[in-house]
Design a protein around this ligand. Sequence first.
Ligand code: AQP
Length: 328
Amino acid sequence: MKKMLSGIKPSGRLTLGNYIGAIRKFVEYQDEYELYVFIANLHAITVAQDKAELKKNTKDLIALYLACGLDPKKVTIFLQSDVHEHAELGWIMTCNSYMGELQRMTQYKDKTAKGETGITAGLFTYPSLMAADILLYDADYVPVGIDQKQHVELTRNLAERFNNRYGETFVIPEPVVAKVGAKIYSLQNPTKKMSKSEENPKGTIDLLDEPSLARKKVMSAVTDSLGIIQYDPENQPGISNLLTILSSLNGESIESIVNRYEGKGYGEFKKEVGQQVFDFLTDLQKRYNEIIASGMAEQVIKEGNEKASFIARKKLSKVKRKIGFEVF
Ligand code: AQP
């Protein structure tokens, strides 16, 4: 079975975007691949995190992975900071990365271009850590959004560089880029990605939002004055975003939804999307509450950490031998 790895940062409350764009896919992938899914808390601290919130978000992320359908019998779920080989190989990868290639990574480039201050060195070097995350497990595939594709390209370059210099060590991973339509946008600014760290809570549906509040957010989503329900992201980003949300949650094609709403108004359409979101969150949160109450999350992480550590330890000791760290 081919191996696949992915992770999510506990950098805020998980959104419907994280579910539709990532977790929902992990649930599909767990049957096709030997899947490793981690909580990327080393990546989360590349920007400042409040201690209490980080702890809560981490716990919630584990419980939500499970509530969304990840099955610990099929997938290894672990906490990145508990598998210290990530930090260690991350450093080795940093020492194999050139300043120029890291400077070309969009996240860093965008932030510096905007003149943001307080950019940490960690934010600059995190693509090297991401390479370590992937290479430790010999992952064949890494599911990424289009904006993250360049990080997998960097990982490939670093792995090839290392293999050339020290001999065959790492599997060269391939990015799996999701099909168009998987990206969910802010309900208040539908040209901007729905994000955990979004400051305007009206634009974001959090997976732990009160379902009736989430329905209200859908009802007040920004649309347009054209009055036609059709998929046209350029001219009708708000309606197109709601179409993507509905289609992702109810499994109906966008085309079929558009046909059903021919000649109908936005109010009726939003009502259906709102109800779908309400029902989805109600079911999800029921499972989440049961998982939290059962203490299952802790057990899953304990076992996942052990399994991941075993693999990572073996890989790292091979790397250290190749470099010349193991002297006796
Ligand atoms: N709006 C979205 N639509 C589709 N997919 C999304 N993802 C995030 N937002 C959307 C996917 O969820 C995973 C989260 O990965 P991450 O936490 O490492 O990073 P991110 O992409 O930076 O996520 P956020 O929610 O935007 O977090 P912040 O605000 O902290 O930066 C990825 O697979 C991503 O594609």
